[in-house]
Ligand binder design. Structure first.
Ligand code: HEC
Ligand code: HEC
Length: 404
């Protein structure tokens, strides 16, 4: 079935979201809204601050632009043999501990190259603790993961394959498995000139595949920015002006990637999933432990601390890397904890000035957006996505000896 920008259950979510915000949203007092009228919404929207001043923001940030060609690192040049090998390995379940999990298990091309879960599914017996990001256009990023913990696709793939909550694979065992698969022995030979499969080359091949094929740069926005002035609708263009002006999004979502690749605390509400799911709770506490959080914080902390894990500076708590925005209609739910199911919820969140957190970024403030303006922003976000990138699951080569 073709996937649509508006998912069948979007409306249910919108209804829920409207109810949620009407009841005070993320526990925030409805500041300045006065006594609520019984039936119609209070007429105080106009009294709210009117967002950002477009003239103040103009020229201060890297301008929005079409995506260039993908960068290729000098130590891992692109070749057709590597791309082919990497495509197989992306779908290869025998890279995981229990041979059940491949990259595609959590980054399914048919589910936006994520897994459509709020909190990602985890290795059997575990749950993940963050939302599974789309892999589309990851090849452009210098900082990967919600907390920016990895700095190359190769390093990222290593932690995905060996991480206890993801692949839980053991490099030496993986090499032995691949060496028992004649087609892989041949393909590693052709791609890298080696006589047997090597784990670091697994990472290089997967990264090459992501750079070559998991790219989307044909969106209406990209075409518009390359000169096709009819590519974007009037509404999307109004949304673009809001994005760069009144709504202030450009302060962080800027340049060709629509990300400053910097870290900000938006006060994203904690997903109630953590209260309902012991596995997610275990994963959260486990992460605190393995990332060396001091004991007093470990005991008290009940939320993802983001950039803090890397810097151990308290002011970095709750800061996450600004995500690029190119594939949103396909890569819901949104935010590091998948707490928002639809883009309308994200826009409402920003319209309120973000969430409730003492460390919240001073760049966020109530925006006073009208319903039409919110719709225009959603149109703009949709215009950033090209057509859906579907890749057929390849047939995986067999072991040399017959499997039982
Ligand atoms: C068990 C589920 C799971 C598996 C298996 C998995 N991932 Fe992920 N992936 C995630 C989650 C969850 C995140 C976000 C994690 C974080 O921020 O800490 C992520 C993040 C990423 C990112 C970063 C995207 C960005 O915007 O920064 C890339 C790239 C990626 N995965 C590729 C892979 C590859 C390649 C494999 C296979 C080698 C793989 N993943 C296996 C769940 C998974
Ligand atoms: C202060 C910097 C900042 C500003 C301003 C900002 N964003 Fe973001 N945006 C972020 C960060 C950081 C995240 C991830 C936050 C998290 O997961 O906790 C994010 C997440 C998002 C997401 C979810 C993406 C995904 O893949 O899950 C969308 C959509 C989004 N922003 C759109 C906007 C729009 C539209 C505006 C303007 C109304 C805006 N942002 C303003 C920094 C910012």
């Amino acid at each position: 079935m073709p996937r649509m920008h508006v998912k069948p259950y979007d409306w249910i979510a919108v209804v829920i979201a409207v109810g949620w915000f009407a009841s005070g949203g993320c526990g925030k007092d409805s500041e300045g809204e006065g006594p609520t009228a019984k039936s119609e919404p209070p007429a105080v929207a106009q009294k709210r601050p009117a967002g950002h001043d477009a003239a103040d923001l103009a020229g201060k940030f890297p301008p929005l632009a079409a995506l260039p060609e993908v960068p290729v690192p000098a130590d891992n040049p692109m070749t057709p043999e590597k791309v082919e090998l990497g495509r197989l390995l992306f779908f290869e379940n025998r890279l995981s501990g229990d041979i059940e999990f491949s990259c595609a298990s959590c980054h399914d091309p048919a589910r936006g190259w994520g897994d459509e879960e709020e909190i990602s599914t985890g290795y059997p017996g575990t749950r993940h603790w963050r939302n599974s990001q789309t892999v589309v256009n990851s090849a452009y990023l210098q900082k990967l993961f919600w907390g920016g913990e990895a700095t190359s696709l190769e390093a990222q793939a290593k932690s995905a394959i060996t991480g206890n909550l993801a692949g839980n694979g053991e490099p030496a065992l993986i090499e032995e498995r691949l060496a028992q698969i004649p087609e892989y022995v041949r393909r590693f030979q052709e791609a890298f000139g080696v006589d047997r499969p090597r784990f670091p080359l697994v990472l290089k091949a997967i990264a090459t595949f992501e750079r070559a094929e998991v790219i989307s740069r044909d969106s209406a926005f990209d075409r518009y920015m390359r000169g096709d002035k009819s590519a974007m609708s009037e509404s999307a263009l109004r949304g673009k002006a809001l994005f760069e002006g009144k709504a202030g999004c450009i302060q962080c979502h800027n340049g060709p990637l629509l990300s400053d690749e910097n870290f900000h605390n938006l006060g994203v509400p904690k997903n109630p999933f953590f209260e309902r799911d012991s596995f997610a709770q275990i994963a959260l506490r486990y992460q605190h432990y393995i990332r060396g959080v001091p004991e007093e914080i470990y005991r008290a902390a009940d939320h993802d601390m983001g950039l803090y894990y890397t810097t151990k500076r308290l002011e970095d708590q709750g800061k996450f890397r600004t995500p690029p925005l190119r594939y949103l209609p396909y890569s819901f739910p949104y935010m590091h904890d998948g707490v928002f199911l639809v883009l309308e919820e994200v826009i409402d969140f920003y319209d309120q000035g973000g969430g409730d957190d003492p460390g919240k970024s001073p760049l966020l403030k109530p925006l006073g957006l009208t319903d039409e303006e919110k719709q225009d922003l959603v149109e703009f976000l949709n215009s950033l996505a090209g057509s859906e990138l579907i890749i057929a699951r390849p047939e995986l080569p067999p072991y040399v000896a017959t499997e039982i």
